[in-house]
Design a protein around this ligand. Sequence first.
Ligand SMILES: *[C@@H]1O[C@H](CO)[C@@H](O)[C@H](O)[C@H]1NC(C)=O
Ligand SMILES: *[C@@H]1O[C@H](CO)[C@@H](O)[C@H](O)[C@H]1NC(C)=O
Ligand SMILES: *[C@@H]1O[C@H](CO)[C@@H](O)[C@H](O)[C@H]1NC(C)=O
Ligand SMILES: *[C@@H]1O[C@H](CO)[C@@H](O)[C@H](O)[C@H]1NC(C)=O
Ligand SMILES: *[C@@H]1O[C@H](CO)[C@@H](O)[C@H](O)[C@H]1NC(C)=O
Ligand SMILES: *[C@@H]1O[C@H](CO)[C@@H](O)[C@H](O)[C@H]1NC(C)=O
Length: 932
Amino acid sequence: MADTSHGPATFWTQADALLRKNLTYQKRNKRTNIRLISFPFLLCLLLVIIQNLVNSQLDKPENKCGCACIDKNGDGQCEEVCGLQYSDLDQAATCPIEHPPEWIPLLQIPEPDQRAVISSFIPYADLPNESCKKTGSCPVTLLFTGNNQTLGGILAGNVMTSSFIPNSSVDNFTNTILGSDSKTSKQNFLDPAFASGLPLYAVQRQCTQNSTFSVTVDVLGSEIEEEVRCVQGLNLWRNTSAEINDQLYKGYRKGNLERKINEIVAAYDFLNSNPNNFNVSIWYNSTYKNQTGGSDIGLVRVPRSVNLASNAYLQFLKGPGTQMQFDFIKEMPKAGTKTRLDLSSLLGTLFFTWVVIQLFPVVLSALVYEKEQKLRIMMKMHGLGDGPYWMISYAYYFTVSAIYMLCFVIFGSVIGLKFFTLNDYSIQFVFYFIYINLQISLAFLAAAFFSNVRTATVLGYICVFGTGLLGGFLFQFFLQDKSFPRVWIIVFELFPGFSLYRGLYEFSQYSFSGDFMATDGMRWGDLGDSENGMIEVLIIMSVEWVLVLLVAFHIDQGRSPLFYLKRYGKKRSSFRMRSLQRQDSKVFVQMDKPDVLQESEKVEQLLLESNTNYSIICDNLKKVYPGRDGNPPKFAVKGLSLALPRGECFGMLGPNGAGKTSFISMMIGLTKPTAGTAFVQGLDIQSEMNGIYTSMGVCPQHDLLWETLTGREHLLFYGRLKNLKGSSLTQAVEESLKSVNLFHGGVADKQARKYSGGMKRRLSVAISLIGDPKPSTGLDPASRNNLWNVVKRSKQDRAIILTTHSMEEAEVLCDRLGIFVDGNLQCIGNAKELKGRYGGSYVFTMTTSSSHEEDVQNLVKGLTENANKIYHLSGTQKFELPKHEVRIADVFHAVEVAKSRFTVFAWGLADTTLEDVFIKVARGAQAFNVLS
Ligand SMILES: *[C@@H]1O[C@H](CO)[C@@H](O)[C@H](O)[C@H]1NC(C)=O
Ligand SMILES: *[C@@H]1O[C@H](CO)[C@@H](O)[C@H](O)[C@H]1NC(C)=O
Ligand SMILES: *[C@@H]1O[C@H](CO)[C@@H](O)[C@H](O)[C@H]1NC(C)=O
Ligand SMILES: *[C@@H]1O[C@H](CO)[C@@H](O)[C@H](O)[C@H]1NC(C)=O
Ligand SMILES: *[C@@H]1O[C@H](CO)[C@@H](O)[C@H](O)[C@H]1NC(C)=O
Ligand SMILES: *[C@@H]1O[C@H](CO)[C@@H](O)[C@H](O)[C@H]1NC(C)=O
C-alpha cells in the first residue's frame, strides 16, 4: 500500500525529481550527445588542418628569408647560409639584417606623363609644352623662390650639373642626381627602384642626344645592370612661395578629380638666406608610396632633395670645388621576423558561430518534444509546479550548454587555436556565459510557438546555418566597411545571432592581429577601443537575456504581461458567487430529458451547499471552437452538468465526435472551457488547475511517455513528484508495476519505446495511479480485463470518469452511465435504469433462408402489432418487441410453429443490451438534431 501520509511535494522535491529524470534521459540519448560534442571537435580539427596547410605554405622557402648553400671552408661541403643577399624582395622582409646594405640615395621623379606642363590652369610660360608627353621626353621641374632672387638664381644653378656621363664605377654617382619613378615600399633595405626593372633617371640641366646608358650597381652583393636615362631638369623661378603653392595646388588635380599626382620633383624657398644664414623650406611629396601594395606605411625619397639644397649653398659659399657628398643611405639593422597568418582566427568567426549556436535547436527541440508529447502537461498534472519546472529545466540546459562550451574552449586551446589562447579567458567566459543564457531563454521563448518537434528542429537548424552565413557574408562586410553607420550595426546586433557573430568576430580580429604582431589578443583594457564592439554586444545580450526570459515565462503561463494588472482588480470567484451569476443558464436545459434535468438540478443544489462528498461537479460546462475557413463555429460541448460523488465510476458513452475528448481535455486542463466551469475537490478548473493537478491522476487516451526512459524510471519520476521518498517510493513503484503486470521478466527496466501498445497502456495506468491520488479524472484505456481490476480496485476513494466505446467495459466498471451525443448529455443513470427506460423491449433475432423472410415478418406481426425491425441482412432479421405486449411463452410457441413450416437456422430472444440502448439514444438524438 502506498503511504498516504505524505503531503504535496515541496519545491525542492519536485526539482530533484525532474533533475533525476532529466539526467537519466540525457544519459540515454548517447547518440545525440556524441553528435553534439563531436561537431565542435571536428570543426576545431578542420581549422587546425587548414592552419597547418597555411603554415606549411608560409614555411616554404619563397615565404622565408632566402638561403643558399655556400662552401665556406672550401672543403667541398656546403653549409646553409640565410640572409638578405640570398633573398628576393618578398623574402627580404623576413630576413634578419645585422648589417644593412647601403643604397645610393634617389630622388622621387614624377612618371613621364605626369610631369608639369603648360596648361589652361597653370599658365606659366616657362613650363614645357604638352606635346612632350607624346614622346615621353618631358623635363622634370624644380621650383625656386626666396627673398633675394640673385642669391636664389645662384643656388638653383648649383643644384644640378650641366652634363655628366658617369662611368661604371659606383663612386661617381655621388656627383650625379639619380632618381626613380618607381613606388617606394615599407622598408628601405632594398630600394625597390634597383630591383623593379624600371630605369633610373639622371637629372641634368642638359641631355645629350644619346642620353641612355647603363651602369652596374652593387645590389646585395651582386652586380646588377641598371639602365640610366638622362632627364632634363628645369630650374624655374617663382616670385613668391604663394605662387609655388598655387602651382602645386592646381597641378595636383588639374580639374580632373581622378588625377592625384604630384607634378614636380621638389620646390625650394630660400627665404631670407644670405651668406651668413641658410634658411630654406622644401616642398616634396611625402606620401609617394605603393598604393596598390595596400600598406599605409611608405618610406619617402626625401633625403636627396635636402642634400641638393645644402650642397648648392655650400658651393655658393666655398666655390664649385667644395662638395657635400651624399654617398649612401642605409636602414637600421633589424632582427629576423616570421610571417604569421592565423587563418584559423579569421575562419573561426563563422565556424564558431555555428558551433555555439547549434545548441539552440537542441534545446528548442527538447522543449518542444515535451510539449508535443504533452509530457509537460502530464508532469503538471502529476503535481510538477511551474517554478521547479522552470528552474530545473533552465539550470539543466544551462549546465549542458556550459559543459559543451567548456569542452569546446578547452579543446580549442589544447590544440593551440590562437582564437582561444591569445584572448583573455575571463572575457571569453563572460561573453559565452551571457550568450548561452540568452540562447536558452530564446529557446524557451521559441518553444512557445512550436507544437511539432520536426518543424522546430528544421527551423532551428535553418536558423543556425542562416545566421552563420548571413553573418559571414553580409554582416561582416558591414562591420569592415568603416563608412557603414554604426547605428545600423547596433540594430543588426539586436538579433542575437549577429551579436554572437560580432563578439566572435572581435575575438578573431584581436587574436589575428595579436598573432601577426606577436602580441596579446583581447584584454579587458581593449574593451575601450573605439573599434571594439565587444562591450556593446555584452550590454545588448545581457538586456535581451532578461527581457526574453521574462517574456518567455509569461507566455508559458499563458498570460499577457497585462495579466498582473488585471489580476489586481479581480477577486477570486467562489462557489456561491458563481452559482448566483448563472441563473439565466437554466433556460437551456431541455425539458424532455428528466434524468438530465434532475442531474443539473442536483448540481445547482450542490453548488449552494458545497458538499464535500462530491469529487467532481461540472456546472453547465461549454466548449465552442471558433469557426475556421468559412466553417461555422463548432459547439463541442453544449452545457454539461454533472455531479460525481466520491467512489463513483462514471462511464461516458458517445459516438466519435460527440464531444467526449473536448470534455476530458477541459477537465484535465488541456483546454479552457468557453463557458461554465467544473469543480474538482472544490477547486475551480478555470482558475485553480495547479491545485487540482496535485490531487488528480490522469491516464490520457494516448500514452504520454518518454521513449527512452524505462517503465521503472517513469514511475520513479512520477512517484517523486507525488512526494514519495526512500523505501515508500521503491515500494510504491513495485506495487504499481505488479498491479499492471509489468514487474516480471525485466519488463520494468526496458525502454518504453520497446513496449507493445498494451504495455504502454498499462504503464500509463500505473503512472496515473501511483502515489494514490484522490479522484481520478479522465480514464480512457483501450483496455482488457486486467486493467478493469486495477480500476475497480482503485475507485474506492475517488471518482473516475471513463470514456469508452466498449459497452461491455462500461457496464462492468461503471456505477452510472451517461450517453453523450452532439455535445449534450442525452440520458444519465445506471445501466439497469437506462436499459429499463430505453430498452423496454426484447430483441428477437431469427435467421432463415432469404426466401422465408416474409414468413418471419408475419410471425412477428402475429406476436405484436408494434414490433420494430431494427436489423436486416441476408436472412437474418432483428426485431424489437415491446415487453408489455409480448409474453415469452408466446414467442416460444410461435417459433415452434414456424420451425414446423420452414427451416430456421437460428433464433434468439434477448433482453436489451446496453449497446441497443446506446444505438437507440444516439440515433434518436442525431435525428432530432437533423430536424432542428
Ligand atoms: C642678394 O644676394 C646677392 C648675392 O649674395 C648679394 O650680392 C646682394 O646684395 C643681395 N641683395 C640683397 C637686397 O640683399
Ligand atoms: C671615369 O671617371 C674618372 C674619374 O672622374 C675619369 O678619370 C675617367 O676618364 C672616366 N672614364 C670614362 C670612360 O668616362
Ligand atoms: C616676377 O617679378 C618680376 C619683376 O618683379 C616680373 O617682371 C615678373 O612678371 C613676375 N613674374 C610673375 C610670374 O609674376
Ligand atoms: C603624392 O604621391 C602619391 C603617390 O603617387 C599621390 O597619391 C599623392 O596624391 C601625391 N600627393 C601630392 C600632394 O601630390
Ligand atoms: C627662416 O625663415 C622663416 C620664414 O621666413 C623665419 O620665420 C625665420 O625666422 C627664419 N630663420 C632665420 C634663422 O632667419
Ligand atoms: C607595388 O604594388 C604592386 C601591386 O601590388 C606590386 O606588384 C609591386 O611589387 C609593389 N611594389 C613594391 C615596391 O612594393
